[in-house]
Design a protein around this ligand. Structure first.
Ligand SMILES: *Cc1c(COP(=O)(O)O)cnc(C)c1O
Length: 387
């Protein structure tokens, strides 16, 4: 056999592993220090009760001979796909067929797997900085990559690619910068993809954090987007499913890709757990919606406290309004990792070095509002001593 040399040559030392290692090393040397974690992009509030109850009922059904279920459909139960259409798309004037919705075990898998639909010679456009999955999966397949820098100079709005690209990964609301695209900006991308016969893989894992009615929640709010865009969503950040695993991907028939994706999934994916799908369905009940809204509001308010606090301390900060992330320029004399170390060693605060999201992330760190409010307040107090 020959190895996949693209994968073999990839650097290891995944960003979050390095953060964990440095944090552990510090904690071992200073066992009494109370380390405040403002870095990790994971949910901290427990699953809402209506979801827990729905999953309990599903487990009971599985243990009863009359209601036990084995394999479900590879693309998910119709009741969940219908609820997604009725709640997330129809109210925004978007019409989708039931078989354009594919239930997944989360956005992470599909963001990688979707690339199997395309030739490995296809060029890929990726935002820089970006969530690491897009670059990693493109590299594993050996695809040429064009990076689209998002800098303070361009207001963190990437310019359209100068040359032709085939596959475009967009993530809005953005991780790690926390910014959004306006309707006009999103329209430009759809027009580019139409002109170039490219495909947009639109990651909207943070859609629930959008606070303004002017910001599109779905790329399909843009006319013509159903011809060129696949939308990937998740219950992870919306409803606290990071450890439960459930998401969904929209592959419109107008892309010409729906049948191929179904074919691929039927071979390689045997469906999302019935229990997870019952939990996901409960997010659309009135009680489910109410508790989720409470959790999102908590994170949004935490982001506001963090944003305001950092600004008052004199930091240059971005994002944090329609997303749980704040992008913060590091003070003069530091780079991403040296400021990470400095914050850890002097304030016992863990952030995420921006350089880990791509070369343009150098000079920034990401703070996450998926934190306890008290920890955020304590962190801001400790950071006063730095200023
Ligand atoms: C967390 C995250 C995901 C992954 O979500 P899962 O559904 O848990 O796999 C996808 N995209 C972005 C940008 C994320 O931050």
């Amino acid at each position: 056999m020959q190895l996949n040399t693209h994968l073999q040559q990839m650097k290891d030392g995944y960003l979050f592993t390095e953060i964990i290692n440095r944090t552990k090393a510090y904690q071992t040397e200073h066992p009494d220090a109370k380390v405040l974690r403002l870095g990790v992009g994971d949910i901290t509030r427990p699953l809402p009760q209506p979801i827990v109850e729905a999953m309990h009922r599903a487990v009971e059904e599985m243990g009863n001979p009359d209601t036990f279920r084995g394999y479900g459909l590879e693309n998910g139960y119709a009741w969940l796909r219908q609820a997604i259409i009725d709640n997330d798309y129809t109210p925004r004037g978007i019409r989708l067929d039931l078989d354009e919705v594919f239930i997944s075990d989360g956005a992470g898998s599909d963001l990688g797997n979707l690339s199997e639909l395309f030739d490995t010679k296809n060029t890929v456009a990726i935002l820089d900085p970006a969530y690491p999955a897009y670059e990693d999966t493109s590299m594993m397949a050996g695809r040429p990559i064009e990076y689209l820098p998002c800098t303070a100079e361009n207001n963190f709005v990437p310019e359209l690619p100068k040359t032709h690209v085939d596959i475009i990964y967009l993530c809005y609301p953005n991780n790690p910068i926390g910014t959004v695209l306006t309707r006009e900006q999103m329209t430009q991308w759809v027009r580019y993809a139409q002109q170039h016969k490219s495909v947009i893989i639109f990651d909207s894992a943070y859609e629930a954090f959008i606070q303004s009615p002017d910001i599109p929640h779905s790329i399909y709010e843009i006319e013509g987007a159903q011809e060129v865009a696949i939308e990937v969503r998740s219950f992870s950040k919306t409803a606290g499913f990071t450890g439960v695993r459930c998401g969904y991907t929209i592959v419109p028939k107008a892309t010409g890709l729906q049948a191929m994706w179904l074919r691929r999934q039927c071979t390689k994916y045997n469906g999302t757990s019935y229990i997870s799908q019952r939990g996901a369905l409960a997010t659309y009940t009135p009680e489910g919606k109410a508790t989720i809204q409470t959790n999102i509001a908590y994170y949004q308010q935490t982001a506001q406290v963090l944003l305001k606090g950092l600004r008052e301390l004199g930091y240059e900060v971005y994002g944090g309004v329609h997303a749980p992330y704040i992008w913060c320029r590091v003070p003069q004399g530091y780079d991403s990792w040296s400021f990470f170390d400095h914050l850890l060693h002097t304030c016992q605060i863990v952030c995420t070095p921006g350089a880990g999201f791509g070369p343009t992330g150098e000079g920034f760190v990401r703070f996450s509002a998926f934190s306890n409010r008290k920890d955020v307040e304590e962190a801001l107090k400790r950071m006063k001593t730095l200023a």
